[in-house]
Design a protein around this ligand. Structure first.
Ligand code: SIN
Length: 485
């Protein structure tokens, strides 16, 4: 009914130790654009999660003993299969998550790129030798996989957030258990099917789907056989997961919330800044951690930038992600729309002006028309909360130091963007921004070769890039003595 080239990619069961597990009840996966049922998926729970950890523990010995080259061949094969099935994977993603098909296929390529990249980088897990303090000793450093990795991943990137973690973990020699978001398990299960076809051995990559977030989360964060826990999601949930991991002193890495400033200086190429803001804000209907959250524009170019930006946003086409020409899809649920509307209303009551959007649409209750607010100040709720929706709050600033002060006045520190053509300013501002990732004359910064991650309460650890491998490796120091005898 969904026109897949390969209907076998639509799976309904958790994938544990190389087999598909059914459970007594089901979770309904609905299309956010229409509310229609896409599929029912078996609702796994604590027992299946424990089984998956056991499987990952069992598979660790042989997977970690494989050479980096052997693992590389399998990861590369998985990458090839993801790309061969990009159309179907994109369609599954749009059906369960809502983003436009072109964007969904882009996410599949983005996710697959991590498999390709880490299939190569896994061969470069180098150790070290260090000059010892006395002649009879040698100091050698080796790096080894941490063990079983557990992950909880979000609904906004149902493919790429799993791929970004699993690719690095598996390349390092770890085994992996993921609990994907219950709204979007189908992409995760399709990835498991392709992992199996690629020859990834049973137990190395496990997917448990279930709505017992608390119970399953407890297993993944507290089980003694899980060595490392990795999470992408909100800061509030991340904080409680970190505290659960404390009981067994797990290694953790956290990709948490953001509040990205997008700064437009008076020397910027305004047309480039408009294009950058458009993609950085409205990609995935504003539902990414690195989305622009506050647009800061220097006073002298405020009117011109705002006029051009409004025209560009008017050009977006809202609708069902499967429809031709749609550039912005629904939000994940009607409740998510309601939460964002509350922030809009609150900022209007605090003095902001609604100059575009937030109007009724007959597309359905999961849709929010792309919105722009002006006259926003940093003390408004819309400026100090992660919006996670298609709303641009525009504020103004006088000079560079005020821009930096406003931009940094947040507990978050994930991504920031700025537009300027002045090389001195570019260095000063890039160094002054308290964020882990900075787009300079760029609205899209994510790719497999770059370290993705945040400062402050946006998390810790890095994903992607050579640094992303470190999070899955232990450093072991070998002190070799008695060498003068
Ligand atoms: C996220 O929103 O968590 C990820 C965004 C990205 O990888 O670009």
């Amino acid at each position: 009914m969904h026109n897949f080239n390969d209907p076998q990619l639509l799976k309904n069961f958790s994938y544990i130790n190389g087999s598909w597990h059914s459970s007594a009840s089901d979770i309904a996966v609905n299309n956010p654009a229409t509310g229609e049922l896409v599929a029912n998926v078996s609702n796994a729970g604590v027992a299946e999660t424990e089984l998956a950890v056991k499987a990952a523990k069992g598979a660790f010995k042989s997977w970690s003993a494989k050479s980096a080259n052997e693992r590389s061949v399998l990861l590369r094969k998985w990458f090839d299969l993801m790309m061969e099935n990009q159309d179907d994977l994109g369609r599954i993603l749009t059906l369960e998550q809502g983003k436009p098909l072109v964007e969904a296929k882009g996410e599949v390529a983005y996710g697959a790129a991590f498999l390709e990249w880490f299939s190569e980088e896994g061969k470069r897990v180098y150790g070290d030798t260090i000059p010892a303090p006395s002649g009879d000793k040698r100091i050698v450093v080796i790096k080894q996989p941490v063990g079983v990795v557990a992950a909880i991943t979000p609904w906004n990137f149902p493919n790429a957030m799993i791929a970004r973690k699993a690719a690095a973990a598996l390349a390092a020699g770890c085994t992996f258990v993921v609990r994907p978001a219950t709204q979007t398990p189908l992409s995760a299960l399709a990835m498991a099917e392709l992992a199996e076809r690629a020859g990834i051995p049973a137990g190395v990559f496990n997917v448990v789907v279930g709505d017992d977030a608390r119970g399953m989360g407890k297993v993944l964060t507290e089980h003694k056989d899980v060595a490392k826990f990795t999470f992408t999601g909100s800061t509030a949930v991340g904080k409680s997961l970190i505290s659960q991991c404390a009981s067994t002193v797990k290694k953790v890495s956290m990709e948490l919330g953001g509040n990205a400033p997008f700064i437009v200086f008076d020397d910027a190429d305004l047309d480039a800044a408009v294009s950058g803001a458009l993609i950085s804000k409205y990609r995935n209907a504003g539902q990414t951690c690195v989305c622009t959250n506050r647009v800061l524009v220097q006073e002298s170019v405020l009117a011109e930038f705002t006029e051009k930006f409004v025209e560009a946003v008017k050009g977006l086409s809202l609708g069902n992600g499967l429809d031709e020409g749609v550039t912005i899809g629904p939000m994940i649920t009607p409740q998510a729309v309601g939460d964002v509307k509350k922030l809009i209303d609150e900022s209007i009551s605090q003095g902001a002006q609604l100059i575009l959007g937030s109007n009724d649409t007959d597309l359905g209750t999961s849709f929010l028309t792309p919105t722009i607010l002006t006259g926003v100040t940093n003390d408004m709720a819309i400026a100090n909360n992660e919006i996670f929706g298609p709303v641009s709050p525009i504020m103004s600033f006088k000079d560079e130091s005020e821009a930096l002060a406003i931009a940094n006045d947040t507990e978050y520190g994930l991504a920031a963007y700025f537009y300027s053509r002045d090389i001195g300013r570019i260095w000063r501002v890039a160094e002054g921004l308290e964020f882990g990732m900075i787009g300079i004359n760029e609205g899209i910064i994510s790719n497999a070769a770059a370290p993705f991650g945040g400062m402050k309460q946006s998390g810790n650890g890095r994903e992607g890039s050579k640094y992303g491998l470190d999070d899955f490796l232990e450093i072991k120091y070998l002190c070799m003595g008695g060498l003068d005898k």
